[in-house]
Structure formats: C-alpha cells, structure tokens
Design a protein around this ligand. Structure first.
Ligand code: OGA
Ligand code: MN
Length: 291
C-alpha cells in the first residue's frame, strides 16, 4: 500500500491515504506521517476503525502518553490511557443534561489547545470516533502559525516574548462551570506558557492561545485579558480554520503546539463516542514560578 499525503488546505490539514494503522507502522511510513504532521499540523485518517490498543499504539509512535482524566469521581468507560471525550456514562448511555461530566465536557466547545493548563502541555492529540451524531459535532481547528504570520510586525514584536497564565478553571468558569472538588482544584494549579512558540521541526512561529489562558504575566489584568481576547478573535478568523466532519472510524491527529481546536454543538440525544490518546510535550515552555 502506498501512503499519500493529500492537503485539505494549502498548508494546513491533510488527509493521509493508504496507511494501515491497524498494524505497527514501518519506519518509512512513519517518516512520511511525521513530516506531514510537521507541515500540515492536522492529519486526517478516514475510517481506520481502530481498537483502543491500536489507537494507543499509533499515538506511541510520537512520544510518551499523558493520562488526561480531569474529573476524579467516576469509573472509566475507556482505557485508562485514553481521554473519554464522549457524552456517555459507564453504561454507554447518554448522560443527562446537568451531569457534571457533560458540563465539564462543554468546555471542549471553547477554542483551546490540549492541556495548556499543565506546565508540560500536550504535544499531539489523536482523536478517534467510535460513534458520531448524524449532523453537528464537528471539530474545528485553527492554524496558529498562519495566524501569527498574519499579524503586523509591531504586534509580533509586542507579543513575541510574553508569557500567559493558563488554568483549567479559567476556561470552565467562562461557561459558568465551577463545580470542582477541592481535590480536583489542587490537582490542576495554574501554569505559565509562552505566548509565541517556535515549532522545533518547521521553525515556524505560532501563537499559543487557549480558553485556558487568563492574562499576561507582568501586565495589568485588563491589558492582558484584552490582548488575549483580541488575539483569539484574530486567530479564529475563517481563513485560518479547517472543520472536520466526522464519520465513525475516523482518526485525526493534531499538533497542539501550533493549533487550537473546538468541538461544535450537536443534538445530544445521539451518542457521540470519541476517545483521545494524548502525547506529552517535551517539557514546560517556560520556567514555572510560584504564583
Ligand atoms: C479533544 C477535544 C473536541 C471534540 O478531544 O481534545 O477538544 O470535537 N475534542 O470532541
Ligand atoms: Mn481538546
């Protein structure tokens, strides 16, 4: 089988055809996929229909995995190394409208990059669809390299060396969800992240923003919050976006260092069963100081 890379947009998002993800990838295929990931940042594999072990095996090609559970109060429906991004409970039934898990999961519909609220955030996420609603429930991606490139030089100079504070509770508070236990709060202290990152493989700069980001270190709160709001608006303009419409069995892997993503609403009487394998980044983007 010959593996081909088919760009979905000029330099952002590509479909990989001809890859067999149900078996360990050979070095040659892996090199092509890694190069495509470095260039296009979001890669779509149509319908590989993987088992959890196959999904984990695929993700492990790109580094060590993160354990990403946030809420500490329920039995796992999926493999402990996968994040359960579904609207289902442990019996595979759709959760109720006021379920805590659903409330927390709604935060995924805000633009974000995975685990930016951790000192060492996520490098890659590989999301696999097991069941999807007939319409809605897309995942949108924003190209933060293109968004950076499109800034004017004065703004680039202003933002290049800034550091933002990120917290899981910042994004959840934005949608009015504050129902966390003390234990959960203690588990996720704030983290500091560079506002502009350089992608090690491509050398391209990108904005590193997210709903988790609250303000700029060393700036008055309103100035930092305003700057972040402005940059979020800019980075999510239509020209920087790719929208993935899921079919069951699809796998999409993205580079969290240079993209943002968000889930889109859907009719929640349908099951949406998505499971995510997450590869940890190489380390913190900046030294963490006590807040
Ligand atoms: C994720 C995520 C959005 C979606 O898996 O990290 O944000 O569309 N998913 O499910
Ligand atoms: Mn996410």
């Amino acid at each position: 089988m010959t593996l081909t890379v088919n760009p979905l947009q000029e330099e952002f998002a590509a479909t990989i055809n001809g890859a067999d993800l149900t078996n360990p990838l050979g070095d040659a295929d892996l090199r092509v996929i890694q190069a495509a990931l470095d260039r296009y940042a979001v890669l779509v594999f149509r319908g590989p229909n993987l088992t959890e072990e196959q999904q984990l095996g695929f993700a492990r090609n790109f580094g060590a995995l993160e354990t990403s559970g946030i809420l500490g109060d329920r039995k796992l429906r999926v493999h402990e190394k996968l994040a359960d991004v579904s609207n289902l409970d442990q019996n595979d039934d759709v959760v109720g409208p006021t379920d805590r898990r659903r409330m927390n999961m709604l935060g995924n519909q805000l633009w974000h990059t995975d685990s930016s609220f951790k000192a060492t955030p996520a490098k890659y996420s590989a999301l696999h669809a097991h069941a999807v609603p007939p319409e809605g429930g897309e995942t949108q991606f924003a190209d933060m390299r293109a968004a950076y490139d499109a800034l004017d030089d004065k703004i680039k100079a202003k933002v290049d060396d800034l550091i933002a504070e990120h917290s899981l509770f910042t994004s959840r508070a934005k949608i009015g969800f504050t129902d966390f236990t003390d234990e959960e709060r203690a588990r996720f202290p704030v983290a500091r992240q560079q506002l502009v990152r350089v992608h090690p493989a491509s050398g391209r700069k990108s904005l590193y923003l997210a709903a988790h980001a609250s303000h700029i270190i060393g700036w008055p709160l309103p100035d930092g919050m305003m700057l972040l709001l402005d940059l979020m608006d800019h980075a999510t303009e239509r020209e920087f976006l790719y929208t993935h419409e899921w079919s069951p069995g699809d796998l999409v892997i993205w580079d969290n260092r240079c993209t943002m993503h968000r889930g889109r609403p859907f009719d929640e009487t349908w099951k949406r069963d998505m499971r995510r394998a997450t590869v940890v980044d190489d380390g913190p983007t900046v030294a963490q100081e006590a807040a």
